[in-house]
Design a protein around this ligand. Structure first.
Ligand code: NAD
Length: 255
């Protein structure tokens, strides 16, 4: 069977989980990469009976996650991890979570990955308008949400077979302004459930948030990565522009 690595799963409400379920339905072995700060919580939730419903596959069996790897997509190699992260209690007891170490561990356990799913995004200043966003916050959003895909394709590429597939999740606002998003009635619901679109008091028609630019980068990078990794490894690289979903990330930002 095929091995699918899904980066960015920490609960049952996001896109990562839903994609994992569909791949499990199709018979793939599911392994996931989970952000260290939410790893313990996810492990605990998985043990609870209440999670069984979300695990249920089409044939009535329960999805098994073969292995959960800690993964912080902000860091490529161990040297990248700053001391304040190393000593942060949310990372206590967790090791080997840089992208390179994660790929090494997956390679050791499974030899190869047929399907790579990038289902993560983050931005420390996500609730701020661009006019108030710091350089640090801007670059951190790009690092976590866009460069993370580039780094993952660089490092997973060598352990993916020809014909393997990489997929990430984008959003339509990366390429198009959506009239009324800022304050229009029709958009109110979408805004309140969408992670990349706006804080509550946005001026009308302002669709900027510093997670939108990383999505534009992600889409542009996908084209280049498809070209380069297609030639180098014979793998496909695509992104899906997903609709609004009330995931944990979305709820945390949009309320
Ligand atoms: P989610 O909360 O289920 O997934 C985001 C995940 O990213 C979380 O598990 C979080 O722990 C993880 N993460 C954050 N920072 C990380 C880091 N540095 N390293 C590793 N993991 C990290 O929310 P979601 O909305 O399902 O998001 C999944 C993807 O779908 C994201 O790329 C998001 O932008 C995209 N998307 C979401 C929507 C929506 O409406 N929810 C719409 C279009 C696209």
């Amino acid at each position: 069977g095929k091995v699918a690595f899904i980066a960015g799963v920490a609960d049952t409400t996001g896109y990562g989980w839903a994609i994992a379920r569909e791949l499990a339905n199709a018979g793939a072995t599911i392994v996931v990469g989970t952000w260290p700060p939410v790893l313990k919580m996810f492990n605990m939730a998985l043990k609870k009976k209440a999670t069984d419903e979300a695990k249920k596959l089409d044939d009535g069996s329960l999805m098994e996650i073969a292995k959960i790897y800690p993964l912080d997509a902000m860091f490529d190699v161990p040297e990248d991890v700053p001391d304040d992260v190393k000593s942060n209690k949310r990372y206590a007891g967790v090791e080997g979570y840089t992208i390179e170490e994660c790929v090494e561990a997956v390679k050791k356990d499974y030899g190869q990955v047929d399907i790579l799913v990038h289902s993560l995004a983050n931005g420390p200043e996500v609730t701020k308008p661009l006019l108030e966003t710091s350089r640090k916050g801007y670059l951190a959003a790009s690092s976590a949400s866009a460069y993370s895909l580039v780094s993952m394709v660089q490092r997973f590429g060598p352990i993916m077979p020809k014909g393997g597939a990489v997929i990430s999740l984008s959003y339509v606002a990366a390429v198009r302004t959506i009239p009324g998003y800022g304050g229009g009635m029709s958009s109110a619901k979408v805004r309140s459930t969408h992670p990349h679109l706006e804080f509550k008091h946005a001026p009308a028609f302002c669709v900027d948030s510093h997670l939108l630019r990383p999505k534009a980068q992600l889409e542009s990078d996908t084209r280049t990565l498809a070209y380069e990794a297609g030639r180098k490894y014979g793998i496909r690289v695509n992104t899906i522009s997903a609709g609004p979903l009330k995931s944990r990330a979305a709820s945390a930002i949009g309320g």
